[in-house]
Write a protein that binds this ligand. Structure first.
Ligand code: MN
Length: 407
């Protein structure tokens, strides 16, 4: 069935990985997963697969792959298999260099990826087979397809593929498509999920959660992203496999209230002069005020305020948030980083789309480079990057300089 549905090369890779993992003779499998719903469902799926295959597993939740993190993980797990999922598609080369042969590494991701030739690092990413990971296959779907081709027992968890895909908004055109649809079909035929049509859109009712997939995935993302430094993602993984209990639902609600409160306080601060105005940009720094929320939060915040009346609709909006020096599952990390997030107010967004203004996809990588950083997630109207703390003003100057040059 899988072969008929998937492209051949993809199905072969899945089989090859199945063989490899069954032959794996190490002590444990370390699963590094992202902290949103898709990453949490992926972590839950892989940990179940390890259970079924009789491997001990450890889950480590991170927001971003960085050499400092990779080094800590591989140092502690020499000889083990390390699986990165829902992240690291583009980081294979870096991971291979930092790894120095210490671990076997699998990268199971659906973000843009680069394949590498390596004895130790293996990339499994549909983008490498020409399948759009942004639309047709979530990391959860990928882990579900891979898992169920290795062990039949994984079929019980098809609902997690659906929940992860919805968490990444793969239903945004009205319903999930491609490989996500394949997983949805399985979940429906296994009576795990019911499709309901609401208005112009499909919604997926997940029996196990007694809740719609969009509601469940929103809870998971809240637990993982808003409650990141409090290890909220652990409650998320537990909920994936045991269901949501009243305490978990309450925790997700409490986290949302906290985010609301912190956002409102920050908006007030920006209105009272916290928003710095340059020629072409307006920017702010939340320092550590968003803790315990993860650094994805500054992006969420930019998105929320970008069209509010106190924002200049002609200028690029840039926000900075300090990266915590502690990774909850790893302890202290030797870095000094700031997360930068960029958004455009609606009128500027339109100009970017029409080609009358420059997109973030050009500006952010260039400005990052100018301060010695590397941008990872850049789109035309939204972008993020990590830079060294203390270089924020330099980054803004570089950003302004690029815009000045284009004029
Ligand atoms: Mn994802």
């Amino acid at each position: 069935m899988l072969e008929g549905f998937l492209n051949k090369e993809f199905a072969q890779k899945a089989k090859e990985m199945g063989r490899k993992i069954k032959e794996y003779s190490g002590e444990k499998v370390v699963i590094i997963h992202h902290n949103d719903a898709d990453g949490i469902c992926s972590g839950a799926l892989l940990s179940k697969l390890c259970d079924l295959l009789g491997f001990e597993s450890e889950l480590i939740c991170i927001e971003k792959v960085h050499p400092a993190i990779v080094d800590i993980i591989h140092e502690r797990n020499s000889g083990n298999l390390v699986i990165y999922t829902d992240l690291a598609g583009l980081a294979a080369k870096m991971i291979d260099e930092v790894n120095k042969g210490r671990c076997k590494v699998w990268i199971i991701d659906h973000h843009p990826a680069r394949a590498i030739k390596s004895r130790d690092v293996f990339v499994f990413d549909p983008e490498l087979f020409g399948i759009g990971g942004d639309m047709f296959v979530s990391a959860s779907t990928l882990n579900y397809i891979l898992g169920s081709s290795i062990h039949k027992g994984m079929k019980r968890y098809a609902y997690l593929a659906v929940t992860g895909a919805v968490g990444d908004y793969h239903d945004r055109t009205g319903g999930v498509l491609g490989l996500d649809r394949f997983a949805l079909d399985e979940a429906v035929s296994l009576k795990q999920v019911k499709i309901k049509i609401e208005g112009h859109k499909e919604r997926y009712f997940v029996k196990f959660f007694d809740e719609f997939a969009d509601v469940a995935s929103d809870r998971l993302t809240t637990l993982g992203a808003v409650g990141y430094e409090k290890k909220g993602y652990r409650l998320g993984v537990k909920a994936c496999l045991e269901g949501f209990n009243r305490k978990t639902v309450h925790e997700a609600e409490k986290l949302k209230t906290m985010r609301e409160r912190k956002f409102n306080r920050e908006i007030k601060r920006l209105k009272e002069g916290g928003l710095k105005m340059e020629e072409h940009t307006q920017w702010f720094h939340v320092e550590d005020r968003f803790s315990p929320m993860g650094v994805k939060t500054v992006g969420t915040f930019c998105q929320k305020i970008k069209d509010m009346s106190f924002i200049d609709e002609e200028k690029y909006l840039i926000g900075f948030q300090n990266c915590s020096k502690r990774i909850p599952d790893l302890g202290k990390v030797n870095w000094n980083l700031v997360k930068m997030s960029g958004r455009a107010p609606l009128p500027l967004e339109r100009k970017i789309f029409k080609g009358e203004a420059i997109g973030f996809n050009f500006l952010v990588p260039k400005a990052s480079e100018a301060v010695g950083g590397v941008a990872d997630a850049t789109h035309t109207i939204a972008a993020a990057t990590l830079i060294e703390k203390g270089k924020e003003k330099e980054f803004i100057r570089a950003f302004e300089g690029l815009l000045e040059k284009q004029k």
